[in-house]
Design a protein around this ligand. Structure first.
Ligand SMILES: [Zn+2]
Length: 310
């Protein structure tokens, strides 16, 4: 018979890595030489290891191009292995669409010289990123082991870029965050929009600037794409359905929150506002509405309520 203290002693001696969770990634083809690894249509949670954002893999003669890198060091490694299996080549370039951790922290798994981001995103790494990192370690625990902050050494500039015979057009925009990159694959007409576009999933607004976001959506709507890979949610096989859906949500959200404040609602009551039936198909709509209340309420209050005593 094994005494309990022996069993506990044996467990305590086991290397922790044996219990490390694994990312089980699957890619779906989007167009010739492009795949998407779909994120879970859910909030960041222990159950998904933060793998909630869509990651795109593009084959080129020079190697695979990743659009976004996943949420953790281990996620980035798993994406690199998958990209090599799919394209037969190692990763040659990683573009980060924006600094939100579910998209960018997997850059930890790649040499800085392969990682490209806008100068604004590179600057945010020394600002916001440390706070994101603390939050993510708290939410994800061991999934985050070994994850370092992204350190992009390449500058992503607006305009065409040729990688291994493949022509990509980079668009530097903002609105979902302070700096959002979108990538158009010119050969297939595939627009990889990052979190400027959500599809069948309610948009997240932690750092949103809604007027800028509307301008970005206007630009994305006019690029002549044939299909669109959103930051979250299924691939849109049409040029504009997901763009229109994202716009409809933010166009509803802003006046709805202002009206809630004018009506004297509390933050909790505003989070319980009825969601129009036309958004019934959007995943996590209630949760994102409640999060948006917390994002926008302080500024709405500051704009509406006079300061007592001047
Ligand atoms: Zn985001």
């Amino acid at each position: 018979m094994i005494a309990r203290r022996h069993l506990l002693g044996a467990l305590a001696g086991m290397p922790l890595i044996a219990a490390a969770p694994h990312y089980r990634l699957a890619a779906q083809p989007v167009a010739a030489g492009i795949w998407v690894v779909r994120g879970a249509d859910a909030p960041i949670a222990m159950a998904n290891g933060g793998a909630i954002a869509n990651i795109s893999i593009i084959a080129t003669d020079a190697g695979a191009v990743l659009i976004d890198a996943g949420a953790s060091h281990r996620h980035g490694l798993a994406l690199a292995a998958l990209a090599r299996r799919l394209t037969g080549k190692p990763v040659a370039r990683v573009y980060l669409t924006h600094l939100h951790p579910d998209h960018s922290f997997g850059a930890s798994a790649f040499p800085a010289g392969l990682v490209a981001a806008t100068p604004a995103v590179a600057a945010q790494v020394t600002g916001d990123a440390a706070g994101f990192s603390t939050g993510l370690y708290r939410l994800l625990g061991d999934w985050m082991r070994g994850t370092e902050l992204p350190a992009p050494a390449l500058v992503a500039e607006a305009g065409p870029v040729l990688i291994g015979g493949r022509r990509l057009r980079l668009l530097t925009l903002s609105g979902h965050s302070a700096s959002d990159l979108a990538v158009l694959d010119e050969a297939t007409g595939t627009l990889i929009a990052g979190d400027l576009v959500f599809h069948n999933r309610a948009p997240a607004t932690p750092h949103a600037d809604l007027p800028a976001w509307r301008r970005a959506l206007d630009q994305l709507a006019g690029l002549g794409q044939q299909r669109l890979v959103p930051g979250h949610g299924p691939v849109d096989p049409t040029p504009g359905t997901a763009i229109a859906q994202t716009r409809a949500w933010i166009d509803w959200l802003e006046p709805a929150l202002k009206a809630a404040m004018d009506a004297g609602l509390t933050m909790v009551e505003a989070g319980d506002l009825p969601i129009p039936p036309r958004f019934a198909g959007l995943a996590v709509a209630r949760l994102e509405l409640q999060r948006s209340v917390s994002h926008f309420w302080p500024a709405l209050e500051a704009a509406r309520l006079p300061r007592v005593g001047g």
